[in-house]
Write a protein that binds this ligand. Structure first.
Ligand SMILES: O=C(O)CCC(=O)C(=O)O
Ligand SMILES: [Fe+2]
Length: 275
């Protein structure tokens, strides 16, 4: 890769929290992966816009698990998820080999409100995590496009907890719950905090320009999971939106629950995942 180009895109990524890499995924492996997905769809007779439920039906669970199984057993899918060119970009970004934490094929799902992915699960150091949104077809502007709000990984994201706590001092009572390990109280606590943080994210980003991605098949958006992002409205919800969304880490990154970041008295920092 030309070093000038590399410097250019890394600067853009660090400043704005995202960069679009055009035409880096080979069509041959995309087509083979999409064909394998269509085969699973045909067998389960499940296409876009069947209603997603909190408790998926048995049929839906089996469908999703067969789609996910392609990640382990289908060679073109494996090669696509670990695309060599994408890995080269990530090596330039991280200065070391990227580790694929997960990568999920999404055929039509959409509808995320503005959020940062690191609100409930903090990554340290933050610049050692990156996500890729890989287009498996041309993304139609009416399909509910993925978007980011540039620069918010350095602005809104850093103020988020302070602002939530200023407006909702009662949050400290939640943080004093006796046993966060207890799954039910942890679930309620997470849900309440997530809701407050999302409301605050929406109000702090109101009016800020969103950059949507009507990108082409084979293009990739690299984005910092700290940047605020979400899904545009979908004027035509019958359109598909085929993509693979992956998360990449360096070996040294550590993940923490959000406790530490509401103040020192709540610092129960314990790495949840080692790199
Ligand atoms: O695909 C979208 O519209 C949102 C994706 C997202 O929030 C994510 O990948 O973290
Ligand atoms: Fe996200």
């Amino acid at each position: 890769m030309d070093s000038k180009v590399v410097n250019g895109w890394i600067d853009h990524y660090r400043k704005h929290g995202y960069v679009v890499l055009e035409q880096i995924l080979p069509f041959s492996v995309i087509d083979a992966h999409v064909a394998a997905c269509k085969d699973v769809q045909r067998r389960y007779n499940i296409y876009q816009n069947f209603p997603w439920r909190k408790e998926p039906l048995e049929n839906e669970k089996a469908f999703v698990s067969e789609l996910n199984a392609l990640n382990d057993h289908h060679e073109p899918t494996k090669s696509l998820r670990n695309d060599a060119t994408l890995r080269q970009y990530l090596i330039s970004l991280f200065g070391e080999e990227p580790i694929l934490k997960y990568g999920t094929t999404s055929l039509w799902e959409r509808g995320r409100e503005p959020h940062s992915d690191t609100v409930m699960l903090f990554r340290d150091p933050p610049e050692c995590v990156c996500r890729s949104w890989c287009a498996l077809e041309d993304i139609h502007p009416d399909c509910g496009m993925f978007y980011v709000i540039p620069g918010t990984h350095k602005s809104v994201r850093l103020r988020l907890y302070d602002e939530v706590v200023n407006n909702h001092p009662e949050i400290f009572n939640l943080l004093r719950l006796p046993s966060p390990e207890d799954s039910e109280s942890a679930f309620l606590e997470n849900r309440t905090i997530w809701k407050l943080v999302c409301e605050k994210t929406a109000s702090l980003t109101e009016g800020l320009p969103r950059v949507p991605f009507p990108i082409k098949k084979g293009d990739v958006v690299l984005f910092d999971p700290n940047v605020i992002h979400g899904t545009m409205p979908a004027p035509n919800p019958s359109l598909t939106r085929k993509a693979i969304v992956s998360e990449w880490h360096t070996r040294s990154v550590r993940s923490y629950s959000y406790y530490a970041y509401f103040g020192s008295q709540h610092d129960k920092r314990q790495p949840l995942v080692t790199g």
